[in-house]
Design a protein around this ligand. Structure first.
Ligand code: CP
Ligand code: NVA
Length: 311
């Protein structure tokens, strides 16, 4: 049966834990020079409506390491939904490739793509979710803390796409997740209710960054202005002025708290250079783990479909 990876919410706790175990094994194998090639001869199409460094390079490198190849479709190449419908693009790509990864403006386009594709679709960021990022983040936390259950993650800043994925992960994996953001910058409250359904973790929305980071195991932040919101940059700079992750805020967390950021970072805005480049920062470990976590997702989705290469 075809499975997609559109959001963390599509997967239960045991599946997420299994993906994280696979990711750890793939990382160890790669480091030991024991690279397996379970996706030999497969092809991944990568649709990008927005720019990317990490997502593009880690998917392209990942599929290659697994024995497959990739096709990069830049924002102007296929003009998702403009030159032809999302459904037609999904149906055509399914004739040629074995997996599709997409970075879209709208999450509705992601769902439409998955609905009409007969091959698995992976969300490489939409306006609503960034599940691959949060998988890699969980892998990073596990590597540093050896558990996820009972950890407190404080997210300071914009409640955009990364936060709903974190809510879903926290709820399933037993993490206490606190978001501190200015009023009006939290995700749709309906998403909290959705994430909290059968939750073992907890979700809090606070206004005070100091309160959010108290006793936190990790401080997380993301840009104040996400891709596509550039016209709001000045308004956002003003709204988020008190929400910078800096040394004073870090001092209020646990002394060994990890500093996390999905990157790209805007030093001097949501985080200071001193903190993002400091000794508690694990941002490059998060970036590295994108590779391993996504390889685990690709292998699992291909296996669920009983898939070999199309050719
Ligand atoms: N974190 C992340 O998704 O980075 P890119 O936008 O560079 O892909
Ligand atoms: N929230 C950011 C994440 C970038 C990886 C954005 O959507 O631009």
């Amino acid at each position: 049966m075809k499975r997609d990876f559109l959001s963390i919410a599509d997967h239960d706790r045991s599946e997420i834990e299994a993906i994280l175990e696979d990711a750890a094994r793939l990382k160890a194998d790669l480091r030991a020079g024991r690279g397996e090639r379970p996706l030999l001869g497969t092809t991944l199409a990568m649709i990008f409506e927005k720019p990317s460094l990490r997502t593009r390079v880690t998917f392209e490198t990942g599929i290659k390491q697994l024995g497959g190849a990739s096709v990069y479709l830049a924002p102007n190449d296929i003009q998702l939904g403009a030159r032809e419908t999302v459904a037609d693009i999904a149906r055509n790509l399914s004739c040629w490739v074995d997996l599709i990864m997409a970075r879209t403006f709208s999450h509705a386009s992601m769902i439409e793509l998955a609905r009409h594709a007969t091959v698995p679709v992976i969300n490489g960021l939409s306006d609503l979710n960034h599940p691959c990022q949060v998988l890699a983040d969980c892998q990073t936390l596990l590597e540093n803390r050896e558990r996820l259950d009972g950890l407190t993650v404080a997210f300071i800043g914009d409640g955009n796409n990364v936060v709903p994925s974190w809510w879903q992960a926290a709820a399933r994996l037993g993490i206490r997740f606190r978001l501190a953001c200015p009023a009006g910058y939290e995700p749709d409250p309906a998403l909290v209710a959705q994430a909290q359904d059968k939750a073992v973790g907890s979700i809090e929305i606070l206004r005070d960054p100091g309160e959010a980071v108290t006793d936190a195991d990790a401080l997380y932040t993301d840009v104040w202005t996400s891709m596509g919101q550039e016209a709001e940059a000045q308004v956002r700079r003003e709204a988020f002025a008190g929400y910078q992750v800096n040394a004073a805020l870090l001092a209020k967390a646990r002394p060994d708290a990890l500093v996390m950021h999905c990157l790209p970072a805007h030093r001097g805005e949501e985080i200071t250079a001193e903190v993002v480049d400091g000794p508690q920062s694990v941002v490059l470990q998060q970036a590295e783990n994108r590779l391993h976590a996504q390889k685990a997702v690709m292998v699992r989705l291909a296996a669920a479909r009983g898939q070999g290469a199309k050719a």
